[in-house]
Design a protein around this ligand. Structure first.
Ligand SMILES: Cc1ncc(COP(=O)(O)O)c(C=O)c1O
Length: 500
């Protein structure tokens, strides 16, 4: 196959060049001239063969990817997809110009980072990446009983749209539980959302205009980066120390006009860090001085593993704090039930946004959750869960202490299900995660969590999804990968140093 793939460009045509390239490759795939798994020429080579700009070819390949004709693998190239065989039923031969129709949102860099993370399909791979309760810790039988009960007693009345803001009985239970745990909330303050993710999305959409600055920790929850970026925020990473966000960095940002500061005070994702009591007071003072609302994501509430008392919640220190939570981590992600507690002035606007987004969270699942909590199932589930997670944390911590090289550090998390490994500068987190996958252990590299895509390097490890024995196996595999990388990279560096 010649390097230009036989593509002819018509500079006089009204059809943009990138689209001419995409259309001609598409046509060759559909006629069978270009078979499945065929590797397209590198963008630079094709651009040079066609005497056009490389970005034009990049755009053409993007267009083909949107049409589902090709898929790209970082470092390997762009290939014709298996399913791109001609399909008579779907007439896609003259597609609309999708790449010029798509919004800027879908092009958000944050969305593309996730696709760089390839999941290993090795059957025995230890999963230190998955952040949800594993199947054996999902109380499906109790949920079935609750669903049966709701359908038997409420029948069709449980199968309509839920009231705006959520089922009142659930709001009441959530408010009572929050108040018991030291987060002041009345029933009317609580809004049920479709997961914590939607709570954050609603906050983002009610505060952010495109280009508005928004503060997050330098290493933060990747889903927050996605949702805030999708709302158009210009994210600014705030550096942190052992106690939480650095007050000096915040003072510099006081007049940046930020629309909010997103935080996870009890167990940061990915770092597992807990913000100290005194830093929480400082944060509230700063928020008031700067006029920037704090968004407190307490997604790991009830998963406190140590007996030491927890610092005061930000919302308890100031009623202007926006607080969100979820039943995904402590119970079941499939419920898609989260909640939002926010000042009245904001709630007024958030409720119509929620209505616009999905017309309400599933009424059936909210009623089932009410029953689940009323029957005491949640309380019992949590008392069963905490010791299991505590033992898993101990197993992972002990095994890592044995296996890791000396220059890889970590703190033992007090709450939540995440452990953060800080890597020395000469180990690239993405290389480490890829090599670990090849060695049969899956971990998340810090690039997914960093606002700039760089940041201080590390790996996020979860200890919820695997048994103690497999956590030990995972730690051993990871330790030997990091030792090898450490030696190899140190050798490379000293060679470079000697050459200078
Ligand atoms: C920090 C944090 N907040 C919120 C969520 C949202 O979870 P969900 O939408 O399932 O409630 C997650 C999920 O991983 C998370 O890690």
């Amino acid at each position: 196959m010649e390097r230009s793939l036989g593509i002819l460009l018509d500079n006089q045509s009204l059809t943009p060049i990138y689209q001419q390239i995409a259309d001609q490759i598409d046509a060759r795939v559909r006629s069978g001239t270009l078979p499945a798994n065929f590797r397209l020429p590198p963008t630079r080579a094709l651009a040079s063969a066609l005497s056009t700009h490389r970005n034009t070819v990049v755009r053409a390949y993007d267009e083909l990817s949107v049409r589902g004709v090709v898929e790209s693998h970082v470092g390997r190239g762009t290939f014709i997809r298996e399913e791109a065989e001609p399909n008579e039923a779907l007439d896609d031969t003259a597609p609309l110009p999708w790449s010029s129709l798509l919004s800027r949102t879908v092009d958000t860099d944050a969305f593309n980072r996730g696709s760089r993370i390839v999941r290993n399909d090795r059957a025995d791979a230890v999963d230190l990446m998955q952040f949800q309760p594993p199947p054996e810790l999902r109380p499906s039988e109790q949920l079935r009983r609750c669903l049966d009960y709701v359908l038997r007693t409420k029948g069709a009345s449980a199968l309509g749209y839920a009231p705006r803001g959520g089922v009142p009985e659930l709001k009441e239970l959530i408010a009572a539980e929050l108040s018991r745990s030291g987060v002041p909330a009345r029933t009317d303050d609580v809004m049920v959302t479709t997961g914590g993710q939607q709570a954050l999305d609603l906050v983002a959409r009610s505060l952010i205009d495109p280009g508005a600055p928004f503060l997050v920790d330098e290493s933060t929850y990747s889903g927050a980066i996605n949702v805030l970026s999708a709302a158009g925020a210009r994210l600014i990473g705030v550096s942190t120390d052992a106690e939480g966000p650095d007050p000096r960095a915040l003072r510099h940002l006081s007049r940046a006009g930020a629309k909010g500061f997103y935080l996870m005070p009890n167990c940061g994702n990915p770092t597992g860090t807990m913000i100290s009591e005194s830093r929480r007071h400082e944060l509230i003072r700063w928020s008031r001085d700067a006029g920037v609302p704090l968004i407190e994501d307490d997604y790991g509430a009830d998963l406190v593993l140590d007996d030491t008392p927890q610092p005061t919640s930000l919302r308890a220190l100031d009623g202007q704090v926006i607080y969100l939570g979820t039943f995904s981590k402590k119970l079941l992600p499939a419920l898609r039930v989260g909640f939002l507690v926010c000042p009245k002035a904001l709630q007024r606007h958030v409720i119509p946004l929620k209505q616009a987004a999905d017309l309400g969270t599933s009424a059936l699942l909210q009623y089932a959750l009410v029953e689940f909590i009323d029957r005491g199932y949640l309380r019992r589930h949590l008392s069963m869960l905490r010791p299991i997670y505590r033992s898993r944390r101990t197993a992972l911590v002990d095994a890592l202490r044995e296996a890791l090289p000396d220059n890889v550090d970590f703190d033992v998390p007090k709450a939540g299900l995440l452990l953060w490994l800080s890597l020395p500068a000469h180990i690239d987190p993405e290389v480490a995660a890829r090599t670990a996958q090849e060695a049969g252990v899956m971990v998340t590299p810090s690039t997914l969590n960093s606002v700039t895509g760089g940041g201080s390097g590390g790996l996020r490890l979860t200890f919820c999804a695997e048994s103690e024995e497999r956590l030990r196996l995972g730690a051993a595999r990871l330790g030997s990968v990091l030792k090898q990388l450490d030696q190899r990279e140190s050798r490379k560096q000293s060679r470079r140093f000697n050459l200078v």
